[in-house]
Design a protein around this ligand. Structure first.
Ligand SMILES: [Zn+2]
Length: 480
């Protein structure tokens, strides 16, 4: 039987976080009343002239630079013509054969293929179409509505090379791109609201064959899970089709999350011939070198670089570095904490363990957390100085999380400081030894595993407050 390999390329659309649209002054706020953020320009009235949004250009250039693209000093806007009810102009203003940037790449970690470089063909600028809503109100279940608030919103489209070989790789690539986009702060990354979305070109070919198979373009995927499900479904569909003697036809398919299948949207016969031609109302886009160099110096430290630095500077495992740099806020929180408590791995454990767990359980953001780096550092110092045990510290941490009080104040109020005084422990240990004479005998005949039992009894008797190290040491002496 022929073995097939999957070939995937992604087209990511990111809506840029500008205050106004790409070619007019309309606001870009999400969720406003339909058709309240429109003007003659984005509605495509006759005689109007578009004016480019400079902020959108600088955001686009930053993205392109972050993924190693070459910036073209001169690029051209083009009209991409098609008919659809959500497109009042009858065309999108996009870029075609002369985009503003090309030839980038990013690295991803794959399952089974190690570290891989995924090529980026181009990043170009375009304006968005509107939105159709179908049967939104009970009395109008059979009607469709047009909301043009999104018409003319600034987008960048990031087109990858067909370098991915599985749904997991596609998701890893998209996640890496999203991380970069969020670090740059050029898009809010909200997939649910459609600010960040992607189409996937999926095909299969016999292993060893160089020529690409016929692809299907998958649309309508607004979560990582949907992307994975849609691609996996599509690969299975194409494989079945070819193995049963059929052929894949080039078409656009929509993913239906409810049923987990992709369905044809338009067949080749109806496929758009976009009839691209240069936009006559816009001059070529000129991006001067000085602007590029200025934006390059303004780039923040990017996710990959930050991860690498965390591994080197703090001697963290790659896993920790990945978790801690998932957002710039969390990374900054970590670094602030380490400045105050110089034990990078311990700080990492507490953030990844307790802090992230409590944030998740309470559906809170890091910015809502009452555990400041100062409060975390104070708690960790109490453990280090033997004032409280690690177990008690977890309870204290929870209380800081809900009340925002200082660790030392909580420990004092609750009387839960650790007992590190041998004199105080002596009496307790003596009583446990006296009450468990048979265990003592068995311990002395070689059942040294019983040490755990004695330590446990001591911790129980002190409600977890005894210093475990000291307890073990004292018990060893008593039982010897
Ligand atoms: Zn407008």
């Amino acid at each position: 039987m022929t073995k097939f390999e999957t070939v995937i390329g992604l087209e990511i659309h990111a809506q840029l976080k500008t205050n106004s649209k790409l070619f007019c002054a309309c606001p870009t706020v999400f969720g406003q009343k339909p058709n309240t953020q429109v003007c003659p320009i984005c509605l495509g009235m006759p005689g109007v002239l578009p004016v480019i949004n400079e902020k959108a250009i600088s955001y686009g250039v930053q993205m392109a630079l972050a993924i190693g693209c070459k910036i073209n000093a001169r690029s051209i806007f083009a009209r991409k013509n098609y008919f659809y009810p959500d497109l009042p102009k009858g065309y999108q203003i996009s870029q075609f054969d002369e985009p503003f940037s090309e030839h980038g790449e990013i690295n991803i970690e794959t399952k089974g293929r190690g570290k891989r470089t995924i090529g980026v063909t181009r990043v170009h600028m375009e304006d968005d179409a509107g939105k159709l809503q179908h049967g939104e109100s009970p009395e109008d279940l059979n009607s469709s509505f047009v909301d043009l608030n999104r018409t003319g919103m600034p987008l960048i489209e990031i087109v990858s090379e067909p370098d991915m070989r599985s749904a997991d790789e596609a998701v890893a690539y998209f996640k890496a791109m999203r991380d970069i986009i969020l670090y740059l702060g050029i898009c809010d990354g909200n997939m649910q609201e459609g600010s960040l979305r992607c189409d996937a070109n999926v095909s299969i070919r016999p292993v060893g064959q160089e020529k690409l198979g016929t692809k299907a373009e998958l649309k309508n995927m607004n979560s990582f899970k949907f992307i994975k499900d849609a691609i996996n479904f599509e690969v299975a569909r194409q494989t079945d089709l070819i193995e049963s003697g059929g052929a894949v036809i080039q078409e656009t398919r929509l993913f239906d999350p409810a049923s987990g299948v992709t369905r044809p949207m338009r067949t080749k016969e109806e496929a758009h011939d976009y009839r691209y031609f240069p936009e006559p109302d816009l001059l070529p886009l000129l991006i001067p070198d000085e602007m590029v160099e200025k934006l390059r110096t303004e780039l923040p430290e990017l996710p990959q670089a930050k991860r690498d630095r965390f591994i080197t500077d703090y001697k963290l495992p790659a896993y920790d570095a990945g978790v801690l740099t998932a957002s710039q806020d969390l990374a900054a929180y970590y670094e602030d904490s380490v400045k105050l408590f110089d034990d990078p791995k311990t700080v990492s454990n507490w953030i990844m363990g307790e802090l992230l767990r409590l944030l998740k359980e309470s559906s809170k953001d890091l910015s809502d957390s009452l555990v400041t780096p100062e409060k975390l550092a104070e708690l960790l110092a109490l453990i280090k100085d033997g004032k409280i045990s690690g177990k008690i510290a977890k309870e204290v941490f929870e209380e800081i999380f809900t009340s925002g009080k200082d660790a030392s104040a909580i420990v004092k109020a609750k009387g839960i400081s650790q007992i590190s005084d041998a004199g105080e422990l002596e009496a307790i240990i003596n009583k446990i030894v006296a009450d468990n004479q048979d265990s003592v005998e068995r311990y002395r005949t070689g059942k040294t595993k019983l040490m755990g039992f004695f330590v446990g009894e001591t911790m129980k008797a002190t409600k977890g407050r005894a210093n475990p190290g000291l307890v073990s040491k004292m018990l060893k002496e008593k039982l010897a």
